[in-house]
Design a protein around this ligand. Structure first.
Ligand code: MF3
Ligand code: CO
Length: 290
């Protein structure tokens, strides 16, 4: 990493002198690194301009999910959700990030009951009374990426599924409490995993969250099964997703061999997931996508 003098302009583009901008933070990061911790690279710290870009992208992302919330219900096909996401995103000048991403054929992921994530919308799939469904919307606007998802209970859902959806949501809130500078990603992971386990659930190991903003999936990989005091140091201006997949039964998953995307629980018990994009700020976090 290039060594800046105290009076040089800060690398973040603020225009301020290094000594009155990122110098203290860089020194502190270095101190943690010397203790053997994993620390973020400079390119994982977003500039104020980039954060603003992600914030604007997130506004579209949230508006689309709000619209989904209004139209979703029994009898609605996941294709109709896909169409709404595509139409609304493009009308607002955005691009749905999933579309053609690694060959993904649709604009949104719709994951019902035992589908953990990456469910592909289809006119053959009609939501019915008692389903729980995750709608995962990812948006590109002006080159900036945002990513969030919500669970929806369709009609009358049984008590077991309803609890799974509620606990998955509580996991987000407990994880968020751990998001602040100089904590570790593992602090968040453990808070989430402990709560899931206490309710008899498991957390998916093989798929996690990610840095986001200038690309869809950036470093770091964000696990929700690691331990307090481990994994990457949280530093102001890091932007990443919190999106643990909480399974009613085993954490084992299987990918559909036919479509190459749909992820199921191995035991076909239900799974639930909420997702937010957050930025670490001086006194904690800002949720960009609620
Ligand atoms: N939105 C998912 C995430 O939270 C990624 C979906 S990839 C796709 O990271 F190709 F299936 F869209
Ligand atoms: Co994500």
């Amino acid at each position: 990493m290039e060594k800046l003098g105290r009076n040089d302009k800060c690398w973040c583009g603020s225009g301020k002198k290094y000594k009155s901008c990122h110098m203290a933070i860089d020194d502190k990061i270095h101190y943690y690194e010397l203790q053997g911790h994993i620390v973020p690279d400079r390119d994982m710290l977003k500039t104020p301009e980039q954060i603003e870009g992600i914030r604007v992208s997130s506004k579209i992302n949230v508006a689309v999910l709000d619209a989904v919330e209004k139209m979703i219900g029994p009898g609605v096909s996941t294709e109709e959700i896909d169409k709404l996401v595509y139409d609304m995103t493009t009308e607002m000048g955005g691009i749905p990030a999933p579309l053609n991403y690694d060959g993904f054929p649709k604009s949104v992921c719709t994951s019902i009951n035992e589908v953990v994530c990456h469910g592909i919308p289809s006119s053959d799939v009609i939501l019915k009374d008692g389903d729980i469904v995750n709608v995962d919307v990812s948006t590109i606007y002006n080159g900036y990426f945002s990513d969030s998802s919500r669970m929806f209970c369709i009609g009358k859902v049984d008590a077991e599924k309803e609890k799974l959806v509620r606990v998955a949501r509580e996991c987000i809130d407990l994880g968020l409490e751990q998001v602040k500078p100089w904590n570790f990603l593992g602090d968040m992971a453990q808070a989430i995993n402990d709560h899931a386990k206490a309710n008899g659930y498991s957390v998916v190991v093989d798929i996690g969250g990610h840095g986001v903003g200038l690309e869809f999936h950036e470093e770091p990989f964000v696990s929700y099964v690691t331990k307090k005091g481990t994994e990457m140091l949280m530093v102001p201006s890091m932007v990443f997703t919190i999106e643990p997949m909480i399974n009613a039964g085993t954490c084992e998953i299987e990918i559909d061999e036919a479509d190459g995307w749909t992820v199921y629980t191995a035991d076909r018990k239900p799974s639930a997931q909420w997702e937010v994009t957050v930025v670490v700020i001086d006194d904690g976090y800002e949720i960009l996508t609620w």
